[in-house]
Ligand binder design. Structure first.
Ligand code: GLC
Length: 637
């Protein structure tokens, strides 16, 4: 069977991906076909396929990709000339045959092979390629680094040095490029969350290609059959990371090609699904459109479907009573066990932000009316829940201290049955007179009072926190500078788990010892989120101070991943050096402080409809209701 489309006639053969089936169904419908076909769509049998693991994505631009065999460094390799990522269609795919995968020690080696290929072929093979000189001629990087005039220049050199290419196109940045480190683990991969500051830095520099490529290639990896001991969880998940792998082609030992190999957490330490990946992907997609002015990417059918799949996964009904997302421990930047399972603030802030970004980008169409309704309802409920129940300041703390417990009824004040004895000793000291913050997590009979930086900062950026709360969070950061910044910005969480608590909650994790890594370590990458939050609240001087502190040593220390000790005095015990998101985070801060207006690409302003609905819920809340007469109902969206 074939389907006529504006691009040509497509042959329908087979397809088992639900996303592609739905794409096909709508295309087929538009073209007079109906039903869900098991279909593969191919353009031109003579064209080679672009493979993602063992899936083949056929390009949809009527001949934008050409493959040829060439002899490079003594072995045959396929060089693909994927000319533009518009062509990374993803509209249609098939199940490909299994490849013999040859692990090649990650991207570094893959890149070396490509570089040697490219050195031979550059000029001949590369017409029209958007590849930048720095991607292919590493020697020039060395030369440039010697001449780096400022920390910023050095950071740019290092950032460009970390670029990963796929089919001659830049598609991301490696997590760390530490030549001194003997064990690579998975730091040779492109992490979705780690790429966000890199992507923003490139966007702010006017280099849009790498971000567009990243968005479209990771979209292709979305919800591929990730398996964990025979189990395949929900469709729509974005991988935590991916790497470029060289694989032998079937039946030809001497021929190889590049494939993108995603990790959905099935190989990660702890085997945790990266809930934040899809949320960051949506946030970056919006930033790309806003910064480049190119809305064609977000308007693409496959990109729209990608957004919807992430939303559907997040908005799916479960057993949960709360509007917050229920996740396992370690499902975000903190990707090891540290007691944040349940409803951690970081995920909620990213979720809220992604919902707002998606709402802006979703094309209005009949088919998505239900989704938009669900999204709007969730936004209202989520902001109400977080603003009301996660917020603490001196006043609220005192309220909790005097809580009645065991309240059974609809109008309970202490809804989650929090026993006042839970208020930790450190918090009595820590809470400033002026200021407040959103707690780390809320569960029945449990408040995690730790201060988690990313969750609080992104709540400011996304307007999940109210205006007053946002200012109060920055007030607290200023008041607690010695605890949260000290000698290197920014503490990932405060305070650290110690003693028996550390043993029980982390499972005696030697990487997460007190004041190290995720357990109260200090992460320079958080500078960029701090900067966006400060710019949004028109208080950039706070971020400027933090950047100044980082500049004292970050370059001398070789851009570590994290710092240890209460005051961030030591480079982290197991910290990678030349950690890309430390470099990119610094660059984004510098670029935004120089041009604060550009922070708009990341900020979500408070939505007036939401505010209306929110104030309506507030006035209906029994806690507020006690003593107040008559609730004025305003409209609910
Ligand atoms: C660590 C961090 C994680 C990051 C990864 C790569 O696992 O906890 O957030 O994405 O390293 O840098």
């Amino acid at each position: 069977m074939s389907v006529p489309t504006p691009e040509g006639v497509l042959q329908v053969i087979s397809c088992s991906s639900p996303r592609l089936q739905s794409e096909y169904a709508s295309l087929g419908h538009a073209n007079g076909f109906s039903g869900r076909h098991k279909a593969r769509l191919s353009l031109d049998r003579s064209e080679k396929n672009l493979r993602y693991r063992n899936r083949v994505s056929l390009l949809f631009n009527g001949g934008g990709i050409h493959w040829r065999k060439s002899r490079v460094d003594g072995f045959k390799s396929l060089i693909c000339k994927c000319q533009r990522t518009e062509s990374v269609g993803g509209l249609f795919a098939e199940e490909g045959g299994l490849h013999t995968s040859v692990p090649i020690n990650g991207m570094v080696k893959a890149q070396k092979i490509r570089e040697s290929e490219l050195k031979q072929h550059i000029g001949r093979e590369n017409e029209g390629s958007s590849l930048k000189a720095a991607h292919v001629v590493p020697d020039t990087v060395k030369v440039r680094r010697v001449h780096s005039e400022s920390i910023e220049d050095e950071a740019w050199d290092l950032l460009r040095d970390s670029i990963v290419s796929y089919c001659n196109n830049p598609v991301g940045t490696i997590a760390a490029n530490d030549p001194s480190c003997p064990s690579i683990l998975n730091y040779d991969q492109v992490f979705i969350r780690d790429f966000v500051p890199s992507g923003i830095a490139f966007l702010l520099k006017g280099e849009y290609d790498i971000v567009r490529n990243f968005i479209l290639h990771t979209l292709q990896l979305q919800s591929w059959e990730k398996t964990m001991d025979c189990h395949s969880p929900g469709q729509g998940l974005m991988p935590a990371s991916f790497k470029v792998r060289i694989v032998h082609l079937d039946g030809d030992d001497s021929a190889t090609e590049e494939v993108l190999d995603p990790d959905f957490g099935e190989a990660a330490i702890g085997r945790v699904a990266p809930v934040d990946s899809g949320l960051w992907w949506i946030i970056l997609l919006r930033a790309y459109g806003k910064c480049s002015g190119d809305l064609t990417v977000q308007e693409r059918v496959d990109v729209q479907t990608g957004i919807k799949m992430i939303l559907k996964l997040c908005l799916a009904d479960g057993f949960d009573m709360f509007p917050t997302l229920l996740v396992t421990d370690g499902s975000c930047m903190i990707d090891r066990r540290i007691g944040i399972h349940g409803h951690p603030l970081e995920i909620q802030a990213l979720f809220y932000s992604a919902l707002l970004c998606a709402r802006e980008m979703l094309a209005p169409e009949d088919g998505s009316a239900d989704l938009i309704r669900a999204l709007n309802n969730r936004l209202v409920a989520l902001s109400f829940h977080i603003r009301e129940y996660y917020w603490i300041d001196m006043k609220k703390l005192n309220e909790i201290y005097r809580y009645n417990t065991e309240e059974y009824s609809y109008d309970a004040v202490n809804k989650f049955n929090i026993y006042p004895d839970q208020i930790p000793h450190w918090l009595v000291e820590f809470m400033p007179r002026r200021g407040g913050y959103l707690i780390g997590n809320l569960q029945p009979a449990h408040m995690d009072f730790r201060f988690f930086s990313l969750g609080n900062l992104w709540s400011v950026v996304s307007s999940l926190a109210t205006l007053e709360q946002s200012h109060a969070i920055l007030d607290l950061i200023e008041a607690k500078w010695a605890e949260l910044v000290a000698e290197m910005p920014f503490k990932i969480c405060y305070p650290a788990l110690e003693g028996q608590e550390w043993r029980i909650i982390t499972g005696s994790d030697p990487k997460n010892t007190p004041w190290s890594y995720h357990n109260g370590g200090s992460w320079p990458t958080l500078l960029w989120q701090l900067t966006v939050a400060c710019i949004k609240m028109n208080r950039p001087e706070i971020a400027e101070n933090a950047v100044r502190i980082a500049e004292r040593r970050i370059s001398k220390d070789k851009w570590p991943e994290y710092y240890d000790t209460k005051r961030a005095r030591f480079i982290g015990k197991q910290a990678r050096l030349f950690q890309t998101w430390s470099i990119a985070g610094y660059l984004v801060s510098k670029l935004l402080l120089a041009n604060p207006n550009a922070a708009k690409i990341l900020i979500n302003e408070e939505d007036s409809e939401l505010m209306n609905a929110f104030s309506c819920m507030i006035s209906a809340n029994p806690r507020r209701q006690r003593g107040s007469k008559g609730i004025k109902k305003r409209f609910i969206i």
